[in-house]
Design a protein around this ligand. Structure first.
Ligand code: ADP
Ligand code: MG
Ligand code: ZN
Length: 209
């Protein structure tokens, strides 16, 4: 029989083995990454929902800068949603994380956090919390996004998802920015970005290309 403590599909599944005492719990870091529209938020919400079904105590966070759909909810492009706590910094997240109590802690759009999020997730996982983070692995130039490379390195499990290329239908790994705006931090939806494969992607901004 498969070891129930082993992950399947990059996800830690040992709900029933989680003891009440935090010191006895085994924490871990799971990263869900990929381009825009690849289903990162759907996957994060699926894991959070299953943890809640297992009657685990869950906290969900999001960066305050991402208010595309809602200020206090994590919302997928299809409209799936869950209540979330908006925070501006990793420090603020740590001040609101109930480490003594929370068993599963999710963070969406984690690429927007400062570098302190790396030590923060490590501290949470060391303290027995199952930390699930979702974020863009690449920015609009196709370059690694903020803290993502470090998070992927220290994680136990990494799941890389793909969207459908808006140009050719192949598996898309990149986010094409369609409107002129400088800087990594430009939050937009379907009007501002589209998913593209390596071949169709043009680094930087392309309008009407
Ligand atoms: P992410 O968080 O990775 O940006 P979401 O989980 O919010 O993605 O949304 C995924 C949903 O986006 C899909 O279920 C699908 O309905 C929709 N979608 C829109 N455009 C695309 C695309 N080009 N490829 C895949 N899914 C897409
Ligand atoms: Mg998302
Ligand atoms: Zn393509």
């Amino acid at each position: 029989m498969a070891d129930p403590d082993q992950s399947q599909h990059g996800e830690h599944l040992s709900y029933d083995l989680a003891p009440e005492s935090r010191r006895l719990r085994r924490g871990c870091i799971e990263v869900v990454c990929g381009s825009m529209f690849s289903g990162k938020t759907e996957e994060l919400l699926r894991r959070i929902k299953r943890a809640k079904l297992a009657k685990q105590r869950v906290q969900l966070f999001k960066p305050r800068v991402d208010n595309r759909y809602d200020d206090v909810k994590v919302v997928s492009h299809e409209g799936l949603n869950a209540d979330a706590i908006p925070v501006s910094t990793a420090k603020e997240l740590m001040s609101l994380a109930r480490v003594e109590d929370t068993q599963v802690l999710g963070i969406d759009e984690v690429q927007f956090f400062d570098e302190d999020i790396i030590a923060a997730t490590e501290e949470l996982a060391n303290g027995g919390v199952r930390v699930i983070v979702a974020g863009l692995d690449q920015d609009y130039r196709g370059l690694p996004f903020g803290p993502m490379p470090n998070l992927m390195s220290i994680a136990e499990y990494v799941t890389k998802l793909h969207a459908v290329c808006a140009r050719c239908g192949a598996a898309a790994c990149r986010s094409q920015r369609l409107v002129a705006s400088e800087g990594q931090l430009f939050v937009g939806g379907a009007a501002a970005y589209e998913a593209r494969c390596r071949r169709c992607f043009v680094a930087g901004v392309v309008s009407g290309a």
